[in-house]
Design a protein around this ligand. Structure first.
Ligand SMILES: [Ca+2]
Length: 343
């Protein structure tokens, strides 16, 4: 790989000298003004940035991918404490979640599960300054165009007055607030559900819940349908599925790591059963198979909306399972592991 990269660099000649961070920011400033963002907003947001933040570059280059098998990831994230908190939140915010669910068609337990996994139910929404983080990532040549666009969108959010600069905070990667939206997603999907004129994903529970629901709805979540279910796949059935059922094509690895969608009847014929060995019930929707090392899941169309939030099966299955476990009478896991933040 390195030899190839070196050869390519030789073929293309040395890279042109890069502008300094300050010179580069001047270009962003001009672009933002051309987009109609008020000079006062641009000056406040960019004026105090003297240099890129080394910690952002470092974090970006060492981002931990999900290396744990998904069974382990789910077990570590869905601790008894997380499940208990999710249940309490579904009850505590019951009335508000009910109104949000009615408007967007996304069930309260799914909204709470996403919220729980994104920001520990609003407790850890990130304290990093979004504009400074995005400016650093946009200046870094690796994914400059993508993050420059996000930076301009962040300035647009400030321009609209939804949040002020000191409160526009989130992760080092630019994901903001309790819903962890990138600025582009914010502009498309954030909602002002409490009606105060600002879309506040940082501190308004109404806006947080509605924004999560609106994002899922905007990515195809269908009201009244589930996300999927765990199933049992014998070794023999697993071998048949591996040899007979094609994988999906898609933009991210998780999508390429699942099968195409088949009618429930086909899954029955391949030997897939309910976890307790029972027959897949009538009315089971068309489904794709997601398999870990030991656990298997049939996932329905709504699962795709969860992957749009974060394209990793470990994440999307954690959301689905956490949502299911907030139901009355569902089992709370007995094992107890220290809560770990794996994102
Ligand atoms: Ca609001």
């Amino acid at each position: 790989m390195y030899a190839l990269a070196a050869a390519l660099m030789l073929a293309q000649g040395p890279e042109p000298p890069r502008p300094s961070f300050t010179e580069w920011l001047g270009g962003v400033r001009a672009e933002a003004l051309a987009r109609g963002i008020r000079p006062a907003v641009v000056d406040e947001a960019l004026g105090h940035l003297d240099e890129p933040l080394p910690v952002v570059i470092e974090r970006d280059r060492t981002q931990a991918e999900t290396v744990l098998p998904l069974e382990k990831y789910i077990a570590r994230r869905l601790t008894p404490k997380v499940v208990k908190t999710a249940r309490q939140m579904v009850t505590h915010h019951g009335k508000l979640l009910g109104s949000v669910a009615e408007r967007y068609g996304v069930p309260p337990r799914i909204i709470v599960a996403v919220w729980g996994l994104e920001s520990a139910f609003g407790q850890f929404s990130g304290v990093r300054p979004t504009v400074a983080a995005l400016a650093t990532l946009a200046w870094d040549p690796r994914r400059s165009a993508l993050f420059r666009e996000e930076l301009c969108d962040a300035l647009e959010i400030l321009n609209r007055g939804d949040i002020d600069l000191p409160h526009m905070r989130g992760s080092w990667a630019g994901a903001m607030g309790q819903v962890q939206f990138m600025p582009s997603s914010y502009l498309k999907f954030a909602e002002d559900f409490d009606g105060d004129g600002r879309r506040d994903i940082w501190s308004s529970p109404a806006d947080v819940f509605a924004s999560i629901a609106n994002y899922l709805k905007g990515h195809g979540w269908t009201a009244g349908a589930g996300w999927g279910r765990e199933v049992k796949v014998s070794r023999e059935a697993a071998a048949k599925i591996a040899s007979q059922v094609a994988r999906r094509n898609g933009r991210c690895q998780a999508i390429r790591d699942m099968t195409v969608t088949l009618p429930a009847n086909m899954w029955r014929q391949l030997g897939v059963t309910l976890s307790n060995g029972g027959r897949l019930p009538a009315g089971t929707p068309d489904a794709a198979m997601v398999s870990g090392r030991t656990r298997h899941f049939l996932v329905y169309a709504n699962y795709d909306a969860l992957l749009e939030y974060n394209c990793a099966h470990a994440y999307a299955l954690s959301v689905g399972e956490l949502a299911d476990r907030t139901r009355e009478g569902s089992p709370v896991p007995r094992h107890s592991k220290r809560s770990q933040r794996l994102k």
